[in-house]
Design a protein around this ligand. Structure first.
Ligand code: HEM
Length: 440
């Protein structure tokens, strides 16, 4: 029997329609760049991500390890094998660029020169700039002293409001979060500039529609001008001050990097609010958290490894970047055959984060996954992506959000309303409807 050249498996039309309908469209419908709360609530009711994971597990049984080609007008594959995810993320930006056509269309609405959608020498230069400003390799940012003071001030105001109203709710948390982000990124002079955040939300709402929405040229110019005014102040202790102290070249476009930072902080608002819910639903883990913060001076930077692990668990269970996209810049070879140039490559993170066929902790809240190397194994848990395009804000955002959790736990006793929502852990958890009544 002659064996022809090997070819990557090709999903049937029916399976392609199912994957698009169950994995791709529901992810887009929730809003990739800014979330649409009613759709998120509906997704929780439908247990939408469990269906998506189960479908992809079925596809892996039917077609093997892949990458699985879809029958679409545009070349697209879905990754099903953990080693393939590692390969694609490690071999970024060449031959797998993060600046995929979809991402360029979406992010081009407000940061056409942001690092995420840059290529070649420009990407290298902007990545270097981002890493220096964000202090990527330090667990605690060099300006953390000032940042923590600003964060504590915002959390104090939030808890005063919660005690007055009897509960901590999303709207107040999100208002606190936006003020905190403006203070950390741009300094105290920006804390009341709500319009800046609103302009960015408007641009992100158009970005959700990627190719389909015309650019809002005037809104973008207004946003970038206003942002530049704050950046130019270079207020001590802010990321704007770190920018002023970081060398640039004629390729850096420093003013186009902070929009990504401001918008990326949102993911940590959802992740930390969900982590707060997890802690209140699992007393044993709450006891460990309280033990970690006991006797600490939270007005100074602290390295809170258990609370960091809780945020990471929240991101594993409910990935805020469920679709990690790459595009091949040349023809590449795989065990089962070649993949042509300009193929769009989808890693659907929940398949790997909650793969109950391979991970004993898939559907549990188990912070030790992040603390115990034996548990983590060599498996793609990728809430911050991985490889050369891994999120350069990882340490900064984990430090800020674990500090906020600690300050809340130390500040006021709360309970979680409707705790049953977390038993068993749902595949989607709508953070916008979480509510924490104040105890006593
Ligand atoms: C919980 C919060 C966050 C999560 C889950 C997160 C996750 C991610 C992920 C998954 C990517 C890679 C996307 C891809 O490969 O397509 C990324 C990229 C990036 N993130 Fe974050 N991020 C968070 C917060 C932040 C913050 C607060 C900042 C800055 C202050 C930041 C700065 C960046 C930048 C600049 C990139 C682009 C990196 C590159 O293309 O080389 N992120 N982030």
């Amino acid at each position: 029997m002659s064996t022809g050249p090997r070819r990557l498996p090709h999903a049937s039309l029916t399976d392609t329609v199912q994957i698009v309908g169950t994995v791709v469209l529901p992810t887009l419908a929730r809003g990739v760049i800014v979330r649409r709360p009613p759709v998120v609530a509906k997704a929780e009711k439908l247990d939408a991500d469990r269906r998506a994971v189960e479908l992809l597990q079925r596809m892996r049984r039917r077609y093997g390890r892949g990458p699985l080609r879809l029958r679409l007008p545009r070349r697209m594959v879905v990754l099903l094998d953990p080693t393939h995810v590692q390969r694609v993320l490690d071999q970024t930006p060449e031959p797998f660029t993060p600046a995929s056509a979809e991402k360029r269309a979406a992010l081009g609405h407000f940061q056409p020169h942001g690092v995420l959608i840059s290529t070649g020498a420009e990407r290298d230069d902007r990545r270097r700039f981002n890493e220096e400003v964000l202090d990527t390799t330090s667990p605690v940012h060099r300006s953390a002293d000032v940042m923590v003071g600003r964060v504590q001030d915002e959390v104090d105001q939030l808890l005063t409001r919660a005690r007055r109203d009897g509960a901590l709710v999303w709207d107040d948390y999100s208002t606190m979060w936006d003020r905190m982000v403006r203070r950390v990124v741009l300094g105290d002079g920006a804390k009341d500039d709500e319009e800046l955040t609103e302009l960015l939300v408007r641009l992100r709402a158009t970005a959700n529609w990627a190719f389909l929405h015309p650019r809002r040229v005037r809104t973008r110019a207004r946003f970038l001008d206003r942002l530049a005014e704050h950046v130019d102040r270079a207020e001590p202790g802010s990321l704007a001050a770190s920018m002023a102290g970081t060398p640039t070249t004629d390729m850096t476009e420093p003013g186009q990097q902070p929009p990504q930072w401001m918008f990326a902080f949102d993911a940590a608002a959802w992740a930390s609010f969900r982590a707060l819910a997890l802690l209140h639903a699992f007393p044993e883990q709450m006891a460990r958290a309280r033990e970690e913060i006991a006797g600490r001076d939270l007005s100074t930077p602290q390295d809170l490894s258990f609370l960091r692990a809780c945020i990471l668990e929240s991101l594993r269970l409910w990935a805020t970047t469920p679709a990690v996209l790459r595009e091949s810049t040349e023809r590449t070879l795989w065990e089962d055959g070649p993949m042509p140039e300009s193929t769009s490559i989808l890693t659907y993170a929940p398949l790997f984060h909650r793969d109950d066929e391979n991970l004993p902790y898939a559907n549990e809240f188990d912070p030790d996954v992040w603390l115990d190397p034996a548990k983590a194994r060599d498996w793609p848990l990728i809430p911050f992506s991985a490889g050369p395009a891994e999120c350069p804000g990882r340490n900064l955002v984990l430090h800020v959000s674990s500090s906020i959790l600690a300050m809340i736990l130390a500040g006021t006793e709360l309970r979680l309303e409707d705790e049953d929502r977390l038993h068993p852990l749902p595949s989607v958890l709508d953070p916008f409807s979480l509510r924490f009544p104040v105890v006593g």
